[in-house]
Design a binder for this molecule. Structure first.
Ligand SMILES: *Cc1c(COP(=O)(O)O)cnc(C)c1O
Length: 397
């Protein structure tokens, strides 16, 4: 197999198409799909050397496969990370990145505004194994400072947060974590690798649900962890090899092809989101709008500093409570009610009754997830059609 060279001097668009490509002896244009569990060896000696780590090459697809390797290398080149590990789902990536390096007696600090399952891992799962966790208001750096303990090993955040699109100070939180001897893990799903590079801002590890923008067409689940070689060797490699949260080569191939169009998709979706947010900003039925690309966003200065552009997602509240929000959702014809995001199809979510229904109403209210809050994931349809669809639905709210 020969490898396509793609130096970091190339722009992200070029890396998205070429980085990590391995060509077989057939010199195929499109990346090959290696649907194989395992590999054969020419001799017993070669097999022995491969297991010892003296002979480079693949052993077993639970922890290495050429198609998965292409996806991992393309992600690492895009993110500017030393290495990447692809896993079965975003939650497999989050759980592995958080859990694998820790042991009983360690302590984790996380922002309380998290994707529901991420919050379950930190708040419910870790303490069952003797790993304590503290949830803080992610926007308040003093709360981060006060939460640090001598045994704090990991800090975990999302930014922008799901679903309220708050923007957290990645550099500031990284500094507090590092002073306490802890690492910072950033779930970068909402920003995408196109608009935000947490490693360059000071984070140690980045995780993605590739199910979202990286696939972007609603076909498969997937997850990625990006970090230094040392983090993978020390903490992840054995855990992944022995516990098996692995991605199927078929799913990795879909995601690899998804990366080729990630840049154009995210750009167009962001342009449309900005245009829709502009309409919502002055709409009489809308009582609150959150869009990270706008000067009226609560952390607008931080957005300018750490993100290259806004977001493909918009948050807004409809006047008239849950009933009005449901009337609006039910009246939409193009945007469909769903809990996914980052898709080519525009998708709308009512977080209070779906992704965040597990939380008590007062906790939800504290996070700014009201009964009339709607999360809108903007797709690839024409923006004028989406605006007409939304304005018509708001009239029925
Ligand atoms: C969807 C999502 C996840 C989980 O990803 P899956 O691929 O569904 O397991 C984690 N974090 C964020 C921010 C998400 O949006």
């Amino acid at each position: 197999m020969s490898e396509t060279k793609s130096a970091p001097r190339y722009h992200p668009e070029t890396r998205l198409v070429h980085s990590g490509t391995l060509r077989s002896q057939f010199a195929e244009t499109s990346e090959a799909l290696f649907l194989t569990q395992g590999y054969v060896y020419d001799t017993a000696e070669q097999c022995e050397a491969r297991f010892k780590g003296d002979d480079p090459g693949f052993i077993y697809s639970r922890y290495s496969n050429p198609t998965v390797a292409m996806f991992e290398q393309r992600m690492a080149a895009l993110e500017g990370a030393e290495t990447a590990r692809a896993l079965a789902t975003g939650m497999a990536a989050v759980t592995t990145a958080i859990l694998a390096p820790l042991k009983a007696g360690d302590h984790v600090v996380a922002a309380k505004a998290l994707f529901g399952s991420c919050r379950y891992v930190v708040e419910d799962l870790l303490p069952r194994y003797g790993i304590e966790s503290t949830l803080v208001d992610g926007l308040d750096l003093d709360q981060w400072r006060k939460a640090m303990r001598p045994n704090t090993k990991t800090c975990f955040i999302e930014s922008p947060t799901n679903p309220t699109l708050d923007v957290l100070d990645i550099g500031g939180i990284a500094e507090i974590a590092h002073q306490a001897g802890a690492r910072l893990i950033v779930d970068n799903v909402f920003a995408t690798p196109i608009w935000q590079s947490p490693l360059a801002l000071g984070a140690d590890v980045v995780v993605y649900s590739a199910t979202k923008h990286i696939d972007g067409q609603g076909r498969t689940l997937g997850g990625v962890i990006l970090s230094s070689n040392a983090f993978v060797q020390e903490h992840l490699q054995t855990f992944i090899r022995q516990t098996g949260p692995s991605i199927s080569p078929f799913n990795a191939w879909i995601l690899l092809k998804g990366l080729e169009t990630l840049g154009v998709r995210v750009r167009q979706q962001t342009d449309s989101a900005a245009a829709i947010a502009e309409v919502l900003a002055s709409h009489p039925k809308v009582s609150r709008l959150v869009y990270p690309g706008r000067p009226d966003h609560p952390q607008a200065a931080l957005v300018k500093k750490q993100m290259r552009a806004g977001s493909t997602l918009i948050g807004f509240e409809v006047k008239g409570g849950k009933a009005a929000a449901f009337r609006c959702l039910n009246a939409l014809k193009i945007a469909r009610i769903s809990n996914n995001l980052g898709d080519a199809k525009s998708l709308v979510t009512h977080p209070a009754t779906t992704t965040h229904q597990r939380l008590a109403p007062e906790i939800r209210a504290g996070l700014g997830i009201g009964e009339s809050f709607i999360r809108y994931s903007v797709g690839l349809e024409h923006k004028d059609d989406l605006i007409e669809d939304l304005v018509t639905a708001l009239e029925k709210a």
